[in-house]
Structures are given as structure tokens and as C-alpha cells.
Design a protein around this ligand. Structure first.
Ligand SMILES: CC(C)(COP(=O)(O)OP(=O)(O)OC[C@H]1O[C@@H](n2cnc3c(N)ncnc32)[C@H](O)[C@@H]1OP(=O)(O)O)[C@@H](O)C(=O)NCCC(=O)NCCSC(=O)C[C@H](O)C(=O)O
Ligand SMILES: [Mg+2]
Length: 353
């Protein structure tokens, strides 16, 4: 068993000290690109400043024969690009794959100073995070880095979901969790064939009228991911890290994508993956509090004075607990306004009278 104090010490001589708090950096869209695909790579410089996170993907969706090209492509992009306010993340190959060791050793040495977060796929338990944690400390020491690279786990196996709390608390490097609905569905033997989103067969039907089971009865599609996202949100909140919805594979259906992202936002997620440039705008919209919500939150905070007691506002009771929710909303709006001038002007224009 480790002492709590062990978490304050680097895991390798010369490695940077672990962080005590994970910074709340805007990450509404984690935009995936294949660094070995010349067309996608060419679009990266223009995306800087327009998306919160650019993620060079090395794992699934990159063909086995292109793994080295993708890794080298990411090194070139990392070295040649000024990322400004945009974070640079990567998704490495799975820990049991033949590529992961080279992914880590190459990337930390070559672009460790640019990499903010390493996303680790198919994390099963704390042992996977401990493995990455120690290797990263050794590589950071060797590369002379002065800040730790953070780690993000994808929850995409039944074992990972069962161990979600210990995964989140396994290292001070843990930045957050994403749902990996496609791999998770396969691992759970769910009978779906999609990458995220709903399914028309997963529904509840209204009770029959007068026992007429053949009569017209409305149905309501349910959210396949509600349970997993809720578990992720609780585990992340408990450990002071951040939950994300993962991919929505139906690129053409931006309407359903927006709905799925919004469900995640309302439940507590801070962002989602974008697989195609058109999904960036969807995520940026959904994961930014609306002007109406920020206005209402500011009115409640204003009406609540020192934040204690109870008041009536627009016929509704507000108290210590509702003001706390409003502060979450306003704090997020302020973080986003700091990097998004358009949002800032919208929020600044709010009059709370
Ligand atoms: C989904 C795609 C294969 C679609 O690509 P394409 O058919 O080329 O789309 P378009 O013709 O509409 O593209 C228009 C132009 O935009 C460029 N493009 C497309 N996608 C991106 C991108 N992500 N970043 C940058 N640029 C992009 C195209 O090259 C076109 O350029 P041009 O011809 O010059 O105009 C493709 O979007 C794609 O591969 N996306 C990424 C897929 C991915 O990363 N998948 C892995 C994540 S999901 C996952 O792993 C599952 C998860 O782990 C789980 O278990 O659930
Ligand atoms: Mg996956």
C-alpha cells in the first residue's frame, strides 16, 4: 500500500514534481486527426485557436501498416506547430500492442515539452495507470521536462468500468476519463454495431389504454450510455479530474450528435471527441453554457447575497444548494470566456437586472 504522501514525490529521479491539482483547461472538443494522413495533417495549423484540444491519434482508425508514419507525423507536427491556447494531446496504442513502447519513448523525447495529455486506451485497472506513470516519469527525467505530462484513460472494457474509481485515483497525473462506446459495447457483448449514440431498439413503451396492447402506444428511445457516463462523472468528481463523452460515429447526423453531447454536458461532462471538423462546432456549442443559463445563474448568485438562506426568484425557491450549481455554471463560463472572445462578448453583454 502507498502512503498518501508518496503521491507528492516524482516516480523517477529528476522527473518533475506531480501536480496537486489538475488545471481546469477548456477542452470542449478533443479533435482527433491521423497525423500520418497528409490531408488531415495539413489542416492542423489552421485549427489552432479554433479548437480546445488537437489530438494526434495513433491507435484505432490508424492502419497497422501506418503506425510508424502516424507517430513520425505527430513528431513533425508537434515540433513545427505553435499551438498557442490549443492543447496538444495524443492517443497512444494499447498497452499490450507492439507499438506502445515506441510511441511513449519517441513522443516524450521529441515533443514531450509540447504534449499536454496522453490518452491511454482500453485501461482495465489501476495497474495500467501505474505502468504508464512510472515510464513517463523516467522518460520525462531523461528529456529534462519541467512539468509532468498528464494521463487520460479511455473507459472501454467492462473491467475498466468496474474499476473506474481506482483508475481515477491511481496517479496524480490522471487528468480525466473518456467513454469508448464502441470498444465497450464489444467487450460487454452489447448487440449494437455503432460508434456511440443511441439505438432505436432501446426504448420504453407507454402502457396500453384499457388493456389494448395492440392499440397505438408511443415509445421513447432511452440512452444506452446513461449508466456508464454517470459512473464516470462520480468517479472523476471524487478525484478532482474531468469526464468526457467519447466519439459519435454518425458524422452526418449532427442533430443526434448534439443531443448525445448535451446529455453528457448536463450530467457533468466537460467535453467530447470530434472525429470530423464539422463536430467541433457542435461540441463547442454544447459544452459552453448558454447565455440564458449564465444570466439565470448570475441572477441567483446576486439574489442570494452571502449564498446562505432561501429566496424566491421567478416563483422558484433558491437556496445554498442551487447557488452552488449556479457558481459551477458561472465559473465554467468565465474559464471559456478567457479563451473564446466571441463567448466573452456574449457573456459580457448580459444584464442581470
Ligand atoms: C470519418 C472520416 C474517415 C471521414 O473522412 P472523409 O471521408 O475524408 O470526410 P470528408 O470528405 O467530409 O472530409 C472533408 C475534409 O476534411 C478532412 N478531414 C476529415 N476528417 C478530419 C479530421 N478528423 N481532422 C482533420 N481533417 C479532417 C478530409 O481529409 C477532407 O479534406 P480535403 O479533401 O482536403 O477537403 C474522417 O473524418 C476520420 O478519419 N476521422 C477520424 C476518425 C478517428 O479518429 N477515429 C478514431 C476515434 S473513434 C474510436 O477510436 C472509437 C473509440 O475508441 C471507442 O472504442 O468507442
Ligand atoms: Mg476504442
Amino acid at each position: 500500500m502507498r502512503s498518501a504522501k508518496d503521491f507528492f514525490a516524482p516516480l523517477a529521479v529528476g522527473a518533475p514534481a506531480p501536480l496537486r491539482e489538475i488545471p481546469a483547461r477548456p477542452s470542449r472538443a478533443i479533435h482527433f486527426f491521423d497525423p500520418g494522413n497528409p490531408k488531415m495533417a495539413a489542416k492542423v495549423p489552421d485549427m489552432v485557436g479554433k479548437v480546445d484540444v488537437l489530438l494526434g491519434n495513433l491507435e484505432d482508425a490508424v492502419k497497422a501498416e501506418n503506425k510508424e508514419t502516424a507517430r513520425e507525423g505527430l513528431v513533425t507536427i508537434g515540433q513545427e506547430t505553435d499551438f498557442g491556447p490549443t492543447q496538444l494531446w495524443t492517443r497512444i496504442n494499447a498497452l499490450d500492442s507492439p507499438w506502445v513502447l515506441d510511441d511513449l519513448t519517441t513522443l516524450v523525447r521529441a515533443i514531450g515539452d509540447k504534449l499536454d495529455v496522453i490518452m491511454v486506451p482500453k485501461v482495465q485497472g489501476a495497474e495500467d495507470i501505474h505502468y504508464v506513470d512510472r515510464i513517463l516519469a523516467q522518460l520525462e527525467a531523461k528529456a529534462g521536462l519541467d512539468r509532468p505530462i498528464l494521463v487520460h484513460a479511455i473507459l472501454e472494457t467492462a473491467r475498466g468500468v468496474a474499476n473506474v474509481e481506482e483508475i481515477c485515483g491511481a496517479s496524480p497525473r490522471m487528468q480525466g476519463l473518456s467513454l469508448g462506446p464502441a470498444d465497450l459495447a464489444a467487450d460487454r457483448r452489447m448487440k449494437t454495431t455503432r460508434v456511440g449514440g443511441g439505438h432505436p431498439g432501446y426504448l420504453v413503451r407507454e402502457d396500453p389504454t384499457d388493456g389494448d396492447i395492440e392499440g397505438a402506444r408511443s415509445t421513447h428511445q432511452q440512452d444506452l450510455w446513461h449508466y456508464t457516463i454517470s459512473r464516470m462523472v462520480d468517479a472523476c468528481a471524487m478525484h478532482g479530474i474531468y469526464p468526457y463523452y467519447g466519439p459519435f460515429g454518425d458524422i452526418a447526423d449532427v442533430v443526434a450528435c448534439e443531443d448525445q453531447f448535451r446529455n453528457a454536458f448536463l450530467l457533468g461532462c466537460v467535453g467530447a471527441w470530434s472525429l470530423h471538423p464539422k463536430q467541433i462546432a457542435v461540441a463547442n456549442k454544447v459544452f459552453s453554457p448558454s447565455v440564458e443559463d449564465v444570466k439565470h445563474a448570475r441572477r441567483v448568485i446576486d439574489a442570494m447575497g452571502d449564498g446562505t438562506g432561501a429566496v424566491m426568484l421567478d416563483g422558484k425557491m433558491e437556496d445554498d444548494a442551487s447557488v452552488k450549481q449556479c457558481k459551477v455554471m458561472v465559473a465554467l463560463a468565465e474559464e471559456l470566456a478567457a479563451i473564446d472572445p466571441e463567448l466573452k462578448s456574449q457573456y459580457d453583454a448580459i444584464e442581470i437586472g
